[in-house]
Each structure stands twice: as structure tokens, then as C-alpha cells.
Design a protein around this ligand. Structure first.
Ligand code: PBG
Length: 340
């Protein structure tokens, strides 16, 4: 640190004109580092608006196909897919079937995208189970049911193998199930899918910011909450580092922190501790809907707020951002390059 002070040092010197400001910038948003989440459901010609997420839709395969083409043309880095099955059951069978909604979505997406953008799947069971929890339930001695960790691991492996056979480019386990990354890695490798990377939701918090997503994916738990598997927001930041370290040890190729804005400190810590592994931030549904709602009322400038928020995620240390604004950004509705 230089210690020379005013008047020799004038910080405003580098801010006086726009060209100079751009010259000294270091944090950018760019479409090829953005991932767009999409929700796929059964039917034909379905483009069902999600009321709590203006501008986002549940799409049938044919409508989804159009989105894939558009995303590829816009130069996005990838898509992360969420399936909404026609029928849900206690174990989430649809997710483990070659004819399930997500397998169909992957095959369609790969046919269209080829290698122009990455087709990624969220690996979890909450959208597929009738109880809405992220795995198999079992009664506990506490007189309530809870996700059974090790049975769920077996099903997660079945789920990724189905996705791998359908052609998925990368898998993103999101259930915060202990051992999930290692089991998935072993499962993929045993079947010869050694080149499919794992982007692990490594530090994922039990967050109220997922509210709108649960409408979108129809995945709200019917009873209870996710606090026995997702992290406690009030836990020490060191616990997040342990979670991330474990996932790296188990073979994660990319680590994700979720949500993004309320957890920028965790992104920064991860960047400092684990430089050398790419870090992704999930700009979640609640972060999206809050901005949309305020912008609709004319209370804030959506474009400016989005640019500022995503820049903050990048500055904190995320090189990859998963965001519902990915298309808006790539199509220049929201400024992403050095335009301001
Ligand atoms: C779990 C999953 C969730 C989100 C992504 N993957 C929901 C949850 O954990 O309850 C939330 C994403 C968002 O809020 O945008 N399959």
C-alpha cells in the first residue's frame, strides 16, 4: 500500500473522464461467463409465465428448443436445466428415467446447441418428489421425517447416469447431501463419463431468497424445511470453507456459492482460500424478483441495478454467474461491456 496522502494523492484523478475510468476497471460481466436457468415441463406449445418471476416461463420441450437456439446465438456460456415432471412420487422416479422430462430436455438441447453452449443440469430431487424434499425421506427418532443421506446418494448416482446418457455436458448437484460429489464422480467414472465436470453447489444456504423459484419449479417442501441439509445462514463462514474443501476433495471441478448477494463475503473467502478452482455464484430467484418488483413500480432502475449487482459478484470473486438476466445482458438490454 502506498502511504502518500493528499494533496499529492488525489483519488479523483483517475475518475475524471469515462475513458480513464474504463482504463482502470478490473471487473466485467460477459455473456460467455453467464448461465441461464430454464424450467422445462411436459406438453406442447406451453410457455407458462411464472407469476413471481416476471419474464421467466415454464416451457414445454418445443418452446424450450427455441430458447436453446436463442441462448446459443446470444453467446451465453450455458444453460442450467430444471425439470418439472408430469407425475411426482416419493423417490422422484422421473429424474431416474431415460424417458423423464430432464432426459428429454437434455437430448433436445444437445441436438440444437451442439457445442455452442454448455448444457448443465441441476442434480436434485425436490422438483421430482411428491413431498418436495431433495431426497428420500425416512422417519427419524425425533418423530419427524428427514432426508436419508446415504439412500439419496444412490439415487443421485442413478439420476446423473441418466443425464450423462442423454448427453449432458456438466452436472450441478444442489442437494447439500453429504458425499454427493464423490459418489457422483465415482458413478460417472464407472460408466466411462470421466470427462463430465461437476459444478457443485458447495456452499448452499437454507435461504428465503429461493421463494420464487419454488413456484417456478413447483418444488416447495410440503412440510418442514430444508434446514437439515442446506446451510444455516448464521453458521460461521469457516463452515462454508469446510463444505467447499470437502467438495474439492471429492472431485468438484467448479464450486458454487448460493445465493449470491447476501453471501458475497463467502464468495470472497472462497476466492482467497481456493484460488485455482473456478467459482460460480447463483444470482437466485428472490434476488431477481425483488429487482423486478421494484423496477415495475419505477422505484429503481433495473438495468443499472443488475449491472451493479453482477459486477459486485464478479468483484467478490465469482468468474461464473448463474442469472435469470443472462439473455437480457447478452442481448444488450442490460449493459455488460465497458459501455458506461
Ligand atoms: C434445488 C434448487 C433450488 C434452487 C436451485 N436448485 C431450490 C432449493 O434449494 O430450494 C433455487 C434457485 C433460485 O432460487 O433461483 N433443486
Amino acid at each position: 500500500m502506498t502511504s502518500i496522502s493528499f494533496p499529492t494523492t488525489r483519488m479523483r484523478r483517475l475518475r475524471y473522464n469515462p475513458v480513464l475510468r474504463k482504463l482502470v476497471r478490473e471487473n466485467f460481466i460477459s455473456p460467455d461467463r453467464l448461465i441461464l436457468p430454464l424450467f422445462v415441463r411436459a406438453g406442447k406449445g406451453v410457455r407458462q409465465p411464472i407469476p413471481s418471476m416476471p419474464g421467466q416461463f415454464q416451457l414445454s420441450i418445443d418452446e424450450f428448443a427455441k430458447e436453446v437456439e436463442e441462448a446459443a446465438e446470444l453467446g451465453l456460456g450455458g444453460l442450467i436445466l430444471f425439470g418439472i415432471p408430469e407425475t411426482k412420487d416419493a423417490i422422484g422416479s422421473d429424474a431416474m428415467s431415460d424417458n423423464g422430462i430432464i432426459a428429454k430436455a437434455i437430448r433436445t438441447a444437445k441436438t440444437i446447441a451442439k457445442n455452442r453452449l454448455l448444457i448443465i443440469t441441476d442434480v436434485c430431487f425436490c422438483e421430482y418428489t411428491d413431498h418436495g424434499h431433495c431426497g428420500v425421506l425416512r422417519e427419524t427418532s425425533l418423530g419427524r421425517s428427514d432426508v436419508d443421506n446415504d439412500t439419496t446418494l444412490e439415487n443421485l448416482v442413478r439420476q446423473v447416469i441418466v443425464q450423462a446418457r442423454a448427453g449432458v455436458d456438466m452436472v450441478a448437484p444442489s442437494g447439500m447431501i453429504d458425499g454427493m460429489v464423490g459418489e457422483i464422480r465415482r458413478g460417472l467414472d464407472d460408466e466411462g463419463f470421466t470427462n463430465i465436470p461437476i459444478m457443485s453447489y458447495a456452499a448452499k444456504y437454507a435461504s428465503a431468497f429461493y421463494g420464487p423459484f419454488r413456484d417456478a419449479a413447483e418444488s416447495a417442501p410440503k412440510s418442514g424445511d430444508r434446514r437439515s441439509y442446506q446451510m444455516d445462514p448464521a453458521a460461521s463462514a469457516a463452515q462454508a470453507l469446510r463444505e467447499i474443501q470437502l467438495d474439492i476433495n471429492e472431485g468438484a471441478d467448479i464450486i458454487m456459492i448460493k445465493p449470491a448477494l447476501a453471501y458475497l463475503d463467502i464468495i470472497r473467502l472462497a476466492k482467497e482460500h481456493f484460488d485455482g478452482i473456478p467459482i460460480a455464484a447463483y444470482n437466485v430467484s428472490g434476488e431477481y424478483s425483488m429487482v423486478k418488483a421494484a423496477a415495475e413500480r419505477g422505484w429503481i432502475d433495473e438495468k443499472a441495478v443488475v449491472t451493479e449487482s453482477l459486477t459486485a459478484m464478479s468483484r467478490a470473486g465469482a468468474s461464473i454467474i448463474i442469472t435469470y438476466w443472462a439473455k437480457d445482458i447478452a442481448s444488450n438490454l442490460i449493459h455488460y461491456t465497458n459501455q458506461t
